[in-house]
Design a protein around this ligand. Sequence first.
Ligand code: HEM
Length: 764
Amino acid sequence: MFYPALLIFVSLSAAVVLYILGTFITLLFRQYVSPLRGLPGPPSRSFFIGNLKEMHDQENNNLVARWTASYGHTFVYRGFVGGHRLMTTDPLAVSHILGHAYDFPKPDFIRDALAEMAAGHDGLLTVEGNDHHRQRKIISPAFSASHIRTLSPLFHEKACQLRDIWLDIIRHHSLTSSSPPSPNLPSSPSDPLVQPVANPSIDSPHAQPTSPLGHGKPLIHLPNPFAGFEPSKTLHTSNSSTGFSTSVSDGAGLRPRTSKPSSNDVENVMSHTPTSPSQYVTIPSSSSDTGMSPTEGPKVDVLVWLARATLDTIGDAGFGYSFNSLATAARTLRRSRHTIPAPSIPSSTVPPTSAPVDAVSEEGENGAGEEEENELARAFGIIFSTARQFRIFTILQVWFPILRRFKRDNATMQQARATMNRIGMQLITERREEVLNAASKSSRHTTSLISEDGDEKTADGDEDLDERTKGRDLLSVLIRSNASPSLPATQRLTLSETLSQISTFLSAGHETTSSALTWTLYVLAKDPNGHEIQRKLRRELREIHRLHSSAVPSGSSTEEELGAVLNNSYLDVVVRESLRVNSPVTTTMRVALKDSIIPISSPLRSPLPGSDEPLTNGSANIIRLNKGDIISIPIQAINKSKSVYGDDADVFRPERWLEQQTNTVGETTSVPNRRGVQGLWGGILTFLNGNPINGNRACIGYRFSINEIKIFLYVILRDIDFTLDEGIEIEKKVNVVTRPCVKSEPHLGNQMPLRMRYMPPDDI
Ligand code: HEM
């Protein structure tokens, strides 16, 4: 009898078995001939996943440092089915690999993972070779030092918005707890640079809260819309929304018009729009829940607020798009405060406010759709968080590329991607029209711009285009750069490439910066020397403020003042040291495009006693790689190398950058021993390498984030003091970006609960 179905089944099964077998045999053969076989390294812990599991938690246990101590600067660890992977902290090897970026690209599985994590396959983060070179040239003007400086006022505005929210939380806490109110808490912006913001943080920036928040000792845990890797207790299903207005008449960019909850589920992974106040705020039932003494300020999860602030910043500065993420959360928080009579507090201790307690009605707080998370924020959160989840499937995809074709997208994910594309297209159209309109006013040059359908339109332009077009956002500059008359048509970004840059900037620039800011507040709050660094920095920042606010009329010193902030040397070393000890991106991976030889400065160690494998690879000053060999560069471990930074390499000590020292050729330098890898910024590898030779893959957004971090610290630290409660142990969870977690509260997911206290001007 002939059974066609059976025959098909058997043939398919045989094909699958052959495919798997073939892959395994290829893998085993690769290992057998791999020149990496002879290198020292830790024993493989598992036949299938080698050392991958122990590496997963490496940032909390100094695994790479221990491996380096045992096996030297260059060694192998094991990946899937024991595959050899090179890991090196050797400065010469790292500089060579990163400096020849086009010979050592990102492995396909990393590019696929990044692409899935919102960056897309056509964006700067994921393209390689000539496409990368072409894109980087067009995109670079948007990130030039001079252009990034023009964004300072916008960073300042966002920082003020966040500061006002936090001051409001502190004020509310002091009014509602049994603790004495914070002394002289300001009732109006203390900062002449504060511009009236389009979306005030909590109704009026300094309005009194309408009511206490529950039972006296608030713990504030806004669910982090971008923390999907560790499911949080406060996570819920997401909402979706219907259309939005494309009108930009108020200059604020696209805004959601309506937003209705739907029953669409996101695999129970995350929440983006809490549906009740209790989802925003954890209200302990008694003061013993918090262990707080009456004089302590509120404990606030700074991670979630900073994530919102940096999202708003990249939205505005990146594309002229208003996420309104801070304002939305603040409003929801405010509405969660029950309306009960305000405690009677002497007016001398709590300052008068613009609005009396309870004066702002629910109606007044709640404009159309105000409580709803912005549509693009939600879509981005769904894509970003879901893609970040660690799955065995992800490991299998590394070695069975066919599996990468199986998309896990469910309906919600598809909808999120469609939303991102739709809004991205609208942004491009808007910015393009703005540039086109400005260009058409001039007749000196002809520029061509990509239209929505990929056709080219021509317009007139002149060299003052930048001046006359208002758009300072990265996308507008990119569109102008792409329209440069000197650029051949074949070199221009396609529409799809332009679209991919939006999600690329979002995914590469938002969480990295919020992570950096969060860890900076953490190291300042945890300073074992009684907050001396925080105090010293506050003194410096207040001095800048004092000098500029008294010398010129209020509000007119913005540029000078922010310039002084960016150039302040103590702020600079605090940020540099923070980015050194807590690099938001801890590791990067590369693959050898061809058989290669890599120079090393420290000789390889022999395999440990007991190993029967002789040292076969390379010689005292090189190692060999086969095409396809994978390389790990442990950025964080290199930043903490004891051979470069000394025995206290793990310690946050900004002063190390101010100490003078004489190097081997007799020059006096103001930085630690410079035998390390040449980093792009500040002598650290956090933004990857300087000195590119063949391909520059270092962070293009480093100036953006450094300026943003500095200006945020300038605004926030002048008024607020941060401490970490004793007994709280913070751990790192790494999945592309390093996020904090409270060790004893893994179920709460990513968080950084810091105690906040208002610092009156006469206090430090
Ligand atoms: C503290 C904040 C940041 C850190 C620590 C950081 C770190 C990095 C690192 C390590 C890379 C190299 C990745 C690799 O090749 O493996 C990178 C690349 C990149 N970053 Fe950043 N980044 C930060 C902020 C930003 C911002 C604010 C933006 C944009 C607004 C941005 C955009 C990019 C892009 C587009 C790339 C790809 C560059 C290329 O391949 O040519 N980054 N970043």
